[in-house]
Every structure is written in structure tokens, then in C-alpha cells.
Design a binder for this molecule. Structure first.
Ligand code: ZN
Length: 293
């Protein structure tokens, strides 16, 4: 089942653009292989607003945010997770506005055995309010429900806007691409469970941080989950055919993909292998993977 990716998305950098009655978006100029056209910062509400994932700490972006939010009162800052393209602008935004910040916790806080350090993580962000699954955040014109979705990172939180049956999915679900699941903070078993969690919900529109909204969530999510299970089957097939190392598996599984993405692909394959090892389906002896007897 091919994922029905949405690739059409031409942002007006630095401009606040209305995308629904309650939601506007401003895109930062930080395009790249993992950020697509850049970080989409969502502004929810009318005169009193919540800002979701304020974005990277870039002077041009901070200036644009300031301009866009002039005349409105920012009461809430919601953070989906602590990657450098999502959370760092929370600090300056809080400094100007005095808004309260919300998130699951600092980077790595969803790990059982304490925080881990990885490249790209924003280690500085600590929310004023630590939210957990099912918590409700109320503002003047909006009500959010917190939906805990570990996998991409261990502290990843989605936020459901009740008034519009909209779900802000951060990097958990992206319309234009699959997401990176990088161990140790990323966890493939958690990730797949968190996709299934959204499949059981009834959200009308998904708003990822990168790219266009997903307006038909059910088939999209099903394809997204199937894609991971396909990759898992490919890993098992590769091992069965005697490819015992990650580079060999990547070479076969990602033959059609640009080699520049192979390092990220290796991390995803590692994510699958950790899951399979934990499930007792694969063994690892000195970096050589074999099917469990
Ligand atoms: Zn991320």
C-alpha cells in the first residue's frame, strides 16, 4: 500500500497564513531533508492565542514571529517534542509574551532509563507545565487534549483541538514523508503503537509541523503503519537471505533511495532490529543479526 504523500506545499515564508477558522500558520525558512520546506508554526485562536512548536532559534524567524503575533496575546506555548527545528524558539517567545509553556517533559524524558543525548535534540527546553496523555489545556477560544505519541522521540506529544477535530501531529505524522525513528530516543515499537493510537481516533484533519495538512487521516494512517510493517518484513527477509549487518540490509532495502538518506535509513533499520530483538524474533551476536531459532 503506497502512502498517499502530499508534496504540494509552497510556503510564504515569514507570513502568517490562515488555514482554518481557528488556525493560522507561519513557516520558518529552514528547509532541508528532514524539515521539507521548513518548520510550520501554528497559531490557534483569535485575540488570545496558543502557539504550537515555535520553531528554530533563527533571527529571521523570531522577527517574523514577533511581527505576526503583534496585536495578539500569546497565552500558551505548546511543544510537541524537543528537536532543534521545533522547540528552541519557545524560550524567546516566552520571554516576550510571558506565556506558559507545555510539553511532556524535556528531551529524553519519555525514556524509562533517563535522558539520553543525541544530535539534533534541544536539551534546554523544560516546559513550565508537564502534560500527560489525556490532559486538557483550555484557552479563550480553544480546548486541547494531549495525545501522548512516543516513537519519533520519547517525549512526543500531539495536541487535539476539540473545536475543529484537528490534531497537531508534530513529526509523528508528516504528510510529505515518513518520519525518522532514531534509537536510542526514538523507538520503533512505540512508534507503531502511536500510529495505531491515532488510527483509533476520529480526527478530521492532521496538521503536521512540516508540509500540508492530511485531510483524510484514516487511509493515510493505515498506509503509514503498513509501510513500517513492510520494512520490518524486509528486514526479516534480508536476514533470512544471509544479510547479517545493517549496511548490507540498507543497501538492499533502500536501493531505490538517494544514498544521502542511507545514514538515516540505517538508524531506522536499527530501530526495527531493536524491536525484533526485544520481541525475541532476532538475535544479535557481535553486530551479526540472525533469526531466532
Ligand atoms: Zn523531530
Amino acid at each position: 500500500m503506497a502512502i498517499p504523500f502530499i508534496k504540494e506545499f509552497e510556503p510564504q515564508y515569514g507570513e502568517l497564513v490562515r488555514v482554518s477558522p481557528l488556525i493560522s500558520r507561519i513557516v520558518a525558512r529552514n528547509p532541508g531533508p528532514f524539515t521539507f520546506r521548513g518548520t510550520g508554526v501554528y497559531v490557534v485562536g483569535h485575540d488570545e492565542v496558543a502557539v504550537i512548536d515555535p520553531g528554530p532559534d533563527m533571527p529571521e524567524h523570531l522577527e517574523a514571529l514577533k511581527r505576526a503575533l503583534a496585536g495578539r496575546r500569546v497565552t500558551h506555548i505548546l511543544v510537541t517534542h524537543c528537536h532543534s527545528d521545533h522547540s528552541p524558539a519557545a524560550k524567546p517567545l516566552k520571554a516576550w509574551t510571558g506565556a506558559t509553556t507545555y510539553g511532556f517533559g524535556p528531551h529524553g524524558s519519555g525514556q524509562d532509563d533517563g535522558p539520553k543525548v543525541e544530535a539534533g535534540g534541544d536539551m534546554d527546553f523544560v516546559p513550565d507545565v508537564r502534560v500527560k496523555d489525556g490532559d486538557i489545556i483550555r484557552g479563550k477560544d480553544f480546548t486541547f487534549e494531549c495525545v501522548y505519541t512516543p516513537g519519533h522521540t520519547s517525549n512526543h506529544m500531539c495536541y487535539a483541538l476539540k473545536e475543529e477535530k484537528a490534531l497537531f501531529t508534530g513529526d509523528h505524522i508528516m504528510g510529505w514523508s515518513t518520519t525518522v525513528v532514531t534509537p536510542p530516543d526514538g523507538d520503533m515499537a512505540d512508534y507503531i503503537k502511536s500510529v495505531e493510537k491515532l488510527e483509533a481516533r476520529d480526527d478530521r484533519t492532521l496538521y503536521p509541523t512540516h508540509g500540508a495538512p492530511v485531510t483524510d487521516p484514516k487511509p493515510f494512517l493505515a498506509a503509514y503503519r503498513e509501510h513500517r510493517l513492510d520494512r520490518e518484513r524486509q528486514v526479516l527477509d534480508a536476514i533470512r537471505d544471509g544479510l547479517t549487518t545493517i549496511p548490507k540490509m540498507v543497501e538492499r532495502m533502500y536501493a531505490a533511495v538517494d544514498k544521502g538518506l542511507w545514514p538515516a535509513a540505517s538508524r531506522s533499520v536499527l530501530g526495527h532490529l531493536i524491536k525484533l530483538e526485544r520481541e525475541g524474533r532476532v538475535t544479535n551476536t557481535g553486530g551479526a543479526y540472525r533469526l531466532a531459532a
